[in-house]
Design a protein around this ligand. Structure first.
Ligand SMILES: [Zn+2]
Length: 70
């Protein structure tokens, strides 16, 4: 039951549970976030649980379409 990260934890990637390094979640300027310049993989975005969509950032590795754990 703890395989997935808490969808309410804004600091963790909902796909892999690793820190998403989101600037907003860290209390920093949103424009300083890595996601502002990153290209998101559509398949990664589709994998985000519905309850986390629009709330929790995914991490850079998942955004690039590279599954964690390898
Ligand atoms: Zn991730």
């Amino acid at each position: 039951m703890t395989q997935r990260s808490d969808p309410n934890d804004l600091t963790k990637c909902p796909l892999c549970g690793q820190p998403n390094e989101c600037a907003v979640a860290a209390g920093r300027d949103p424009e300083s976030c890595w996601c502002m310049t990153a290209t998101m993989s559509p398949s990664a975005l589709e994998s985000v649980p519905a309850e986390a969509q629009g709330k929790v950032c995914i991490c850079a590795r998942c955004a690039a379409g590279t599954p964690a754990g390898d």
